[in-house]
Ligand binder design. Structure first.
Ligand code: PRP
Ligand code: GUN
Length: 174
């Protein structure tokens, strides 16, 4: 039976780190435009908290892409289920993810978005699991580097459950 056995990151730890990331992004983009792109569904909670810590004129948009594990790995392209509403040509774009694991989602997505001619394209992830990386992608902002455990909460699901937890927990088969 799958159960949340431990807390990996408390609500307070996440809140403090998200505030730091927001301030860093604010500093880096001072005086510039910024389009924050959240990747659905996992990043929705993080992106909502993150933008409230960036005191700049921020625009927000969302994309939904298909999971890896089939044709995407071999074709090297990402299946877009919901595309951006806006044209990113000439804009500073910050992709916001909840977790980077194999890196395949972002490696394919950045190829697709770079081809649209943004002024800059940066990546921010709350969690980074480097142990499982298959595609080497440059990540500009990382909340926490974590060990290879299956986690849930703060937007991240297990079979669509637990996205509403305010903390990040470890799921184990007990
Ligand atoms: O680095 P990767 O190995 O490609 O994995 C990371 C991706 O997997 C998760 O999304 P998921 O497909 O679970 O969708 P969800 O956000 O809608 O839950 C996560 O939000 C990333 O998009
Ligand atoms: N729920 C969940 N999804 C993931 N996708 C990649 N890594 C994870 C993880 O640890 N938990």
């Amino acid at each position: 039976m799958f159960k949340i056995t431990k807390t990996m990151l408390t609500e307070e730890e996440i809140k403090a780190r998200v505030a730091e990331l927001g301030k860093q992004i604010e500093k880096d983009f001072e005086g510039q435009d910024l389009l924050v792109v959240g990747i659905l569904k996992g990043a929705s909670v993080f992106v909502a908290d993150l933008i409230r810590n960036i005191n700049l004129d921020v625009n927000m948009d969302f994309m939904s892409v298909s999971s890896y594990g089939n044709a995407m790995e071999s074709s090297g392209s990402v299946k877009i289920l919901k595309d951006l509403d806006v044209d990113i040509k000439g804009k500073n774009v910050l992709i916001v993810e909840d977790i980077i694991d194999s890196g395949l989602t972002l490696s394919n997505l950045t190829k697709e978005l770079s081809a649209r001619g943004p002024k800059s394209l940066k990546i921010c992830t709350l969690l980074d699991k480097p142990e499982r990386r298959k595609a080497d992608i440059p990540v500009d902002y990382v909340g926490f580097v974590i060990e290879d455990k299956f986690i849930v909460g703060y937007g991240i699901d297990y079979a669509e459950k637990y996205r509403n937890l305010p903390y990040i927990g470890i799921v184990e088969d007990v």
